[in-house]
Design a protein around this ligand. Structure first.
Ligand code: SAM
Length: 236
């Protein structure tokens, strides 16, 4: 048997993201195309040499650390939210955040290359996520037309999102201030129904999440309908 070896890795950069908490982040990239962020490269990778040629690429793979869910003791089985949180599966059959070495991978859209940073969209990454590597997406090798995954054969179901008139106006205003498609981001994240699968929400219960520097509140007037109630500047 091979002796256990340890290797150390260090981030090549950190994500600055619209997502300030784990709640309501889509389960995979591209489920919210309006989810944008910036990968700030750290020295020496913030030098133009490190990204030379990357302008020929529309999408990149990011390898990163699930830094908010790192654990000492590796799990062999996990309960993915996609399966309702009550069925367990082998950790290697899932894309769960709790996993040995805590490594995540996402294909994201490369919007622009600026000195020392990459502008990205379609991300599913928390603010502050340490990124270990960037690789160009290679369509002929990475897009497999015959691929099969019967556990996750379609995107999560979407539920209707309706808006209080005032909330919609607040989202437009804050979006303009931020220079971000905030209303689209809210709709794309909420339509995936962020609440845990086992929770049957009462119409009185208010839910909230921070996106960029605003707090978004909503409730469920019916079990599978979201109404956005208000958008408040969080003052950060
Ligand atoms: N696309 C990646 C993958 O397959 O490895 C991530 C999939 S994982 C199921 C997606 C979830 O990771 C998001 O819903 C978010 O809550 C969580 N997440 C994103 N960044 C994280 C971080 N830095 N630490 C812990 N959890 C994170």
């Amino acid at each position: 048997m091979q002796p256990a070896m340890t290797y150390s890795v260090s981030p090549i950069g950190y994500i600055r993201s619209c997502f300030k908490e784990k709640f309501a982040i889509p389960r995979q990239p591209h489920l919210a195309p309006a989810a944008r962020g910036v990968l700030e490269l750290v020295p020496p990778f913030n030098h133009p040499d490190a990204v030379q040629g990357l302008e020929q690429v529309s999408h990149v793979w990011l390898l990163f650390l699930f830094h908010q869910t790192l654990e000492e003791k590796p799990r062999l089985k996990v309960r993915p939210p996609r399966l309702g949180g009550n069925r367990s599966l082998g950790v290697f059959a899932t894309r769960a955040t709790h996993r040995p070495n805590g490594i995540g991978q996402s294909v994201v859209t490369l919007e622009a290359i600026e000195p020392g940073r990459l502008k990205l969209s379609g991300i599913d990454l928390l603010d502050g996520t340490p990124v270990l590597d960037i690789k160009p997406y290679v369509p002929y090798a990475d897009a497999i037309s015959t691929a099969r995954n019967t556990m996750a054969d379609a995107p999560p179901l979407e539920i209707p999102v309706i808006w209080e008139t005032e909330a919609r106006a607040q989202a437009e205003l804050h979006g303009e201030r931020l220079g971000e498609p905030l209303a689209a981001l809210i709709e794309q994240c909420l339509t995936q129904d962020p609440r845990p699968a086992y929770q049957i929400p009462s119409p009185e219960r208010r839910y909230g999440v921070r996106l960029w520097d605003v707090d978004v509140h909503w409730h469920y007037p019916e079990p599978d309908v979201i109404r956005v109630l208000d958008i408040e500047f969080a003052g950060v």
